[in-house]
Structures are given as structure tokens and as C-alpha cells.
Design a protein around this ligand. Structure first.
Ligand SMILES: [Zn+2]
Length: 177
């Protein structure tokens, strides 16, 4: 939670920002204790380039250390999904297909994924929708007029991409994929 920076839509933008404006990743406060002045604490590396050459891997992810509680945290750009290897755009495609009524088998075939993965994403979305919808509606009142899971997410994804919705929820303290 509180890991996603609302900026940097591409890995190239992220790499440039890490070098030229590293302060844009610094959290305003410690996510563990709330202390206000975190120190830079280097980087960790993770793979996030899904292109055929994967030339940008591994990518640096900025870390910070809290001088008050001594714990560390890291910040990710919008273009990197915190806990799943697959990119947000592919997840949005799959979930959109399911929201429009395609079968798990069909969505998996379109996306080139296993049905197991697609089923897991779909179950996650349905299980989390109640709390996600509550928090997103309190921030975006125009989402309040929808009645069921599918119409809520269709309205949400018309308003903003999945990665943006997840960044808001991450900022609200929820664990997102
Ligand atoms: Zn702290």
C-alpha cells in the first residue's frame, strides 16, 4: 500500500525520472509510522519490460528509509504493477472482456494466458469490488449510479484506466495486485 506514484506511464519515463527527478518518488510520509522526512535508500531491481527483447530489464525501483522507525519502503511508477508480472494493460484487457460477458476460456485465448491465471484475476476482481467500489465512489461520485459489478467496472474503466484506479486504491491503503 501507498507504493504507487501517480506518474510515469512508460518504463522509459520511469528510467528518466529515476535519474533526473528522483525526488518525485519520495513519499510525503512513512507508510509505517507517518514520519515526514524519509531518506533515499538506494534501489532494488525488478523485471517489468515485457517487450520481446526485454532490453530495459532489470529496472531500478527507488527505496526509502524512515529515520524514525528504521523501516524501508519503495515506490513504483504507474507503469509497473506492484505484485503481478503481467502489465496493467493486459489485465485491463482480460477483465474488460470478462465484464462484457466473454467466457474465461475465450478471454484466456485472446490474451494468450492460461485459464488458471484469468480465473484468478476474475475471482480477485469480484471479491474486492465491494471495498474498491466504496472507496472509488467516495472519490469519484459519478461512479455511484451503477448497480452491479459489471456496470460499476465498465463505468470505472471509461473514467480511468485500471492502473489509475489501482493507484488511488493503493493510496487509500489497500493492497493491490
Ligand atoms: Zn517510519
Amino acid at each position: 500500500m501507498y507504493r504507487i506514484v501517480h506518474a510515469f506511464l512508460t518504463l522509459e519515463q520511469h528510467l528518466r525520472a529515476v535519474v533526473s527527478t528522483p525526488q518525485s518518488y519520495r513519499p510525503e510520509r512513512c507508510p509505517h509510522c507517518g514520519f515526514g522526512e524519509l531518506w533515499s535508500h538506494g534501489y532494488y531491481e525488478r523485471k517489468a519490460d515485457h517487450s520481446s527483447h526485454a532490453a530495459l530489464n532489470p529496472l531500478p525501483v527507488p527505496r526509502f528509509r524512515c529515520p524514525a522507525c528504521c523501516r524501508t519502503c519503495s515506490r513504483l511508477p504507474l507503469c509497473i504493477c506492484p505484485r503481478r508480472w503481467y502489465c496493467w494493460a493486459l489485465q485491463q484487457l482480460v477483465l474488460s472482456l470478462l465484464l462484457f460477458g466473454l467466457s474465461l476460456r475465450c478471454a484466456a485465448a485472446v490474451a494468450g494466458l492460461s485459464r488458471h491465471t484469468v480465473r484468478r484475476w476474475w475471482r480477485w476482481l469480484r471479491e474486492q469490488t465491494q471495498i474498491f467500489a466504496f472507496l472509488l465512489r467516495s472519490r469519484f461520485p459519478e461512479l455511484g449510479r451503477t448497480t452491479d459489478i459489471a456496470s460499476f467496472w465498465r463505468a470505472c474503466l471509461r473514467l480511468m484506466p485500471l492502473r489509475q484506479a489501482m493507484a488511488w486504491l493503493d493510496g487509500d491503503g489497500l493492497t493491490v495486485p
